[in-house]
Design a protein around this ligand. Sequence first.
Ligand code: GLA
Length: 346
Amino acid sequence: MKKQLVRHTRDYFQRIYNQVPDAIFLSPGRINIIGEHVDYNDGFVLPAAINKYVCFALRKTNNDTISFHAKDINESYSLSIHDNLAPVETMWVNYLLGVLDELKRRNKKVSGFQMAFSSTVPMGSGLSSSAAVECGLAFALNTLFDLGLSRQEIALIGQQAEHRFAGVKCGIMDQFASVFGKKNKVIKLDCTTLDYSYYDAHLGDYSLLLLDSCVKHTHLTSGYNDRRNEVEVGLKMIQSQFPEVHTFRHCSLEMIENLKTELGDIIYKRCLFVVKEIARVGQAIAALQAKDYPLLGQTMTETHWGLSKEYEVSCPEIDFLVETMVQHEGVLGSRMMGGGFGGCSI
Ligand code: GLA
């Protein structure tokens, strides 16, 4: 499938531009084992890159024009390297313009180029197709124009592109997983320091299985940004009572219970979820290291009901998938994956 994707993207490039590309790049989507909605709350996450990719074919030109072709939807967009960049109506273009804008902000210069891309990462399914697009372009331009960016900078460029041009105030998990992912490894990422380590993704006799609810979402309108605002307000209220709390990582369940009335029902539930989820990730990592897969599965299911009832980012279709799956013999756990409001269960 990977070879086919590369071949089709290369052929398409040649047909559209009548030229051979200089280089081909593959940028993966991601899954997440546990640690949901805590990347922007100073928690830890446990994602892994997957074997579904956005494939880019690129060629440098001698002029000032940048051309993009999206093979899967047969759409194109072009601009001059001198244009002022601002978000446009078409979302796929914004992911790319956002990256160009971030490069400009960092004083990284590119000349004209031609690009075509195609993807096997399904869109709106919680597998981070947008992060794969952003980071894939940043990685490709970094290589082609020798921009000297580190992998961490590439991930941060992807995240900023998402904030500024797609309007989604995402955390760093998706972009980090796309850039740092390795075959058969999960990444434990400390979202405060961006320190990371790899763990073996082999689960003994067990496998990870994704079920697509086919409920599509976009986090621009899903409620994702609202959740971010709610926990920001919550953290400020906690800090005003407990100045020793710098981030949710320093926050205990007792503190939240103490402030239950002041926080109000909604913000109380959101904060409760975050503190519990940060603790659950620690428990899941210990279970993974001890090869205690039943405990890992149980922790994942607990995360699901937290996401559904406390953080309220699930939907009836995903709740149904989770409820149904956990009744099957041999299924150790199940939960919604990614930002929620649709997408996949794992
Ligand atoms: C989306 C965001 C991530 C993360 C997840 C939820 O995928 O892009 O940064 O917040 O939701 O864990």
